[in-house]
Write a protein that binds this ligand. Structure first.
Ligand code: TXA
Ligand code: MG
Length: 326
């Protein structure tokens, strides 16, 4: 990057806005975030109001490095340290006892704080230039689809955000995996872009995944979430024909993991011809967004295999479908 390239200018502008307590759209490797100064309660309040997010739902604090992340928490246990060293910078969020300076609004009054070091070069550079910490939830209205491009952020939040830094399409396309600790034992609080298999490999054992929809464990991890506006149903692999006969095909949009899609649907998006879950995750939210815009009355999505990122994708799908269960 040259010193005066547009991205540098955007970062410089962002630093000015953040110092003034404003919020900005921030690219990360997972999804775009709506970022504000984590130490400034007025900026945090702005994040909640732009998102229409309930204040019982705590935020993730982003740090420039593992070393910097140390001052957000009261300390890293040996196992937390092992995970941080293995996966930071990257799509892993750790929930640990909070340092006293972290405002209550960031943690929804909890004694713990969620922290991560993102790997997107623009996010890292901004964190270094800002020389502080950024609280950032996904940059969408509460309960809606997470944005994976700068355009999707502008479309969802528009005028309310003075700057969306354009860092291209997100490499992962799914939010970070959140790990909390029951004493020393790691517990998965949200499935995400880092697979449980990768974590188990590093630790040498499987980790606990408590009941998916237990809001006491991960506040904000609600059953209905990540929803498009259009009704969504899930179908078993290859069974799209078995779905609603009350609607003609041209009123249905289909998203398949890897199966070929029959002609005649309003939209047909095949996420990964070679059945690669990473590739599917990258395009997942963008596909739902495109189907949502297609004018179809129903979106049907093929269930993913329950391995690797497939588990996180199925979790998002169930939440999207749940919003329409009456
Ligand atoms: O990939 C990501 O994690 C993105 C990017 C922007 O970094 N951010 C993101 O943030 O997904 P958000 O706000 O959509 O999700 C934050 C979730 C909360 O809903 C809650 O489930 C969990 O993190 N969380 C935060 N603080 C917590 C705490 N102290 N204890 C338990 N869960 C917490
Ligand atoms: Mg979110």
């Amino acid at each position: 990057m040259t010193p005066f390239s547009p991205i540098q200018e955007q970062i410089a502008r962002a630093v000015g806005l953040l110092r003034a307590g404003q919020v900005i759209g921030l690219p990360t490797e997972t999804v775009y975030g709506l970022a504000g100064d984590a130490a400034n309660p007025a900026a945090l309040a702005r994040i909640f109001s732009v998102k229409n997010r309930p204040t019982f739902d705590p935020l993730i604090v982003h740090a420039a490095s593992f070393d910097k992340a140390r001052s957000v928490v009261r300390g890293f246990s040996a196992v937390a340290r092992r995970l941080a060293e293995a996966f930071w910078p990257g799509p892993l969020t750790l929930v640990l006892p909070k340092a006293s300076w972290v405002p209550d609004l960031a943690t929804a009054g909890l004694e713990t704080v969620a922290v991560r070091v993102p790997s997107h070069p623009v996010a890292l550079e901004l964190l270094h230039s800002f020389d502080g910490f950024l609280a950032a939830p996904s940059a969408n209205k509460f309960g809606k689809l997470s944005p994976t491009t700068a355009d999707a952020v502008r479309e969802g939040l528009g005028e309310e955000v003075p700057l969306v830094i354009d860092g291209g399409s997100c490499e992962k396309g799914l939010e970070s995996t959140i790990i909390g600790f029951d004493r020393e034992k790691p517990v998965c609080l949200r499935l995400g872009a880092l697979s449980l298999e990768q974590i188990a490999q590093t630790l040498g054992h499987e980790i606990l995944v408590p009941g998916q929809f237990d809001p006491r464990l991960a506040p904000g991890n609600l059953p209905a979430h990540y929803a498009p506006h259009t009704r969504l149903e899930i179908f078993e692999p290859g069974k799209e024909g078995a779905l609603p006969d009350h609607l003609p095909r041209e009123q249905i949009a289909v998203v398949s993991f890897s199966s070929a899609i029959k002609p005649g649907f309003a939209r047909g998006i095949r996420l990964s011809e070679k059945a690669d879950l990473n590739e599917a995750a990258t395009g997942f939210f963008a596909a739902l967004r495109e189907c949502d815009r297609s004018g179809a009355k129903l979106i049907i999505v093929e269930k993913f295999p329950e391995i690797g990122l497939g588990r996180a994708l199925n979790d998002r799908l169930q939440k999207a479908a749940h919003s329409f269960v009456i």
